[in-house]
Design a protein around this ligand. Structure first.
Ligand code: MN
Length: 518
């Protein structure tokens, strides 16, 4: 029978420690509920002594979740453990996780204490935690850089004191798969009580060398029955082992990892990833395994053609298995006619061969200028060829003045699809506000700006910048993107493209039925 591997998610503790991440109380609870839906076994919800926020989060999540074990972190210090116990008092399945540094480098420079003292502290800490809860985890911090003899000594001692899970962290992301796996194998060999008492050994890997997932899998193959990880691999520095990578490696290569199983419902992975990314503000790199924007995108024409004939040719995982509705086939200049035709059908258009050829010609010339062609671009090409030209606005001219001691002002010229030009000047609280106000006045569409982000697509001084906006209008949330070497212009394009999409939605709605309410 396959060994069940416990998935211990520390997105809300180690992940939340990521530089740039911060979650409010409600957001933490929302993520915790999604982690439960995902099927993780243990959620490390925070480090209660460190802040009132962490304390409240551990408390609320412990009370809220009935299926999942909820864990609070503590040093081997009385008040830490008391605080964690207090936070977990009304939890359904509480766990206290105590840790103490054990490596020589930490002892010499951080603690300035002999190893024997560390063992004593750890035993006391575990015993104290055990006086509050049955489920106690212990971690020798920097375990992978602690000598194996010391690891054996401390593991034996904390098991006697009542710890039921022993986690050996690769705190600084220094270990290699063979080396890290050997630690687990040796602990098992030298401590028969691990097997006899059903003690769970656990891995906790950081990704400083990009080895976090590989190290975790190696630990598993050498006897670890719990893996600590985070959604999107967020965490201190380069992050932790990514839950989605671990789980999908085990699932996709079930032929190889046939002796192991997890309780994760992989269909919830994509949602969890989007949620964590949106709420923490830590965006997922495009080429990130499993959940990156490009993870299931196929650019080369040969690959696209193969994909259309049989997905298995170039896709080892079905994107639907992680909850992505469908594979996003990015079209680019290498895409063939077949790929375009398929996309057009998927978008709900039926066109004859002659029109397809024209749209394909337009598409090729657009793809020469633009690396990736999105659905909206194709829609625009189709509309042009199908003669259903909508009244859309285009940016014709833009001038902005702004400075530290003056009110920002924007002068904007737009033209509609009939070629009529309209101009407007607006003041604003900063250049973007001024530009957006001028665009709203010309188009007559009043919207609320919900989100605005910019990022550089390429490096250097002449980098292309991409701006993304999300705006809402009568309950519709619409996004728009713009790209330019000038970030203000990119923002104006993004805003305008979102407004154009609202106009399209409004036009479609009024075609279908007369407006019920003004
Ligand atoms: Mn860590």
């Amino acid at each position: 029978m396959a060994t069940p591997i416990r998935i211990f998610d520390t997105t809300l503790r180690d992940g939340e420690q990521s530089p740039g991440a911060s979650l409010n109380h409600e957001e933490k609870i929302e993520i915790a509920r999604q982690l439960e839906a995902l099927g993780v076994d243990i959620i490390e919800a925070g480090f209660p002594i460190t802040s009132q926020g962490d304390f409240e989060a551990v408390k609320a999540i412990g009370k809220d979740l009935a299926q999942t074990t909820v864990c609070g972190l503590a040093r081997c210090v009385d008040r830490d453990i008391e605080r964690a116990a207090e936070a977990l008092r009304s939890a359904y399945k509480p766990r206290i996780h105590v840790f103490c540094a054990t490596s020589k480098i930490h002892l010499d420079h951080k603690f300035k204490k002999p190893f024997e003292t560390i063992v004593e502290m750890s035993v006391k800490g575990v015993a104290k935690a055990k006086s509050y809860v049955d489920d106690v985890e212990f971690s020798p911090e920097d375990g992978s850089r602690t000598s194996i003899d010391d690891l054996v000594t401390i593991t034996k001692a904390v098991i006697e004191a009542g710890a039921t899970t022993i986690n050996i962290p690769d705190t600084v992301g220094y270990s290699t798969p063979a080396e890290y796996g050997a630690i687990f194998r040796q602990l098992h060999e030298r401590l028969p009580e691990i097997e006899a008492k059903g003690i769970v050994l656990s891995s906790h890997c950081h990704n400083d060398l990009g080895l976090a997932v590989a190290n975790s899998l190696s630990a598993m193959q050498n006897g670890a029955k719990q893996i600590e990880c985070t959604i999107n691999g967020i965490g201190e520095r380069a992050g932790n082992a990514a839950l989605e990578e671990l789980v999908m490696a085990m699932r996709t290569r079930a032929d190889f990892y046939e002796n192991y199983t997890t309780s994760i419902n992989t269909k919830e992975i994509y949602k969890a990833s989007r949620m964590v990314s949106n709420l923490t503000g830590l965006s997922v790199q495009r080429n990130k395994a499993i959940v990156g924007q490009n993870a299931f995108a196929h650019e080369s024409g040969i690959h696209q053609d193969g994909m259309l004939k049989n997905r298995d040719t170039y896709e080892i995982m079905d994107p639907r298995s992680i909850g992505v509705p469908e594979s996003k086939l990015v079209l680019g200049k290498l895409s063939g006619r077949h790929a375009l035709s398929d996309r057009v059908k998927e978008m709900g258009y039926t066109i004859d061969d002659e029109t397809l050829q024209r749209v394909y010609d337009d598409f090729k010339s657009l793809a020469d200028r633009k690396k990736e062609v999105y659905d909206e671009d194709i829609e625009a090409l189709l509309d042009k060829r199908l003669g259903e030209v909508r009244k859309l606005w285009e940016l014709r001219f833009l001038r902005v003045t702004a400075g530290t001691d003056e009110t920002a002002m924007a002068f904007v010229e737009l033209h509609d699809s009939a070629g009529v030009v309209q101009k407007e000047t607006a003041h604003g609280d900063g250049p973007l506000d001024a530009v957006f106000t001028a665009i709203q006045r010309i188009t007559g569409v009043t919207v609320t700006l919900e989100e605005f982000t910019t990022r550089a697509i390429t490096g250097g001084k002449d980098a292309q910048g991409e701006a993304s906006v999300a705006i809402s209008h009568h309950g519709h949330k619409v996004r728009g993107r713009g790209v330019s070497t000038d970030v203000i212009e990119a923002a104006a394009e993004a805003y305008l493209s979102a407004i154009n999409r609202i106009k399209t939605i409004d036009a479609k709605a009024s075609e279908q039925e007369p407006a019920a309410q003004p």
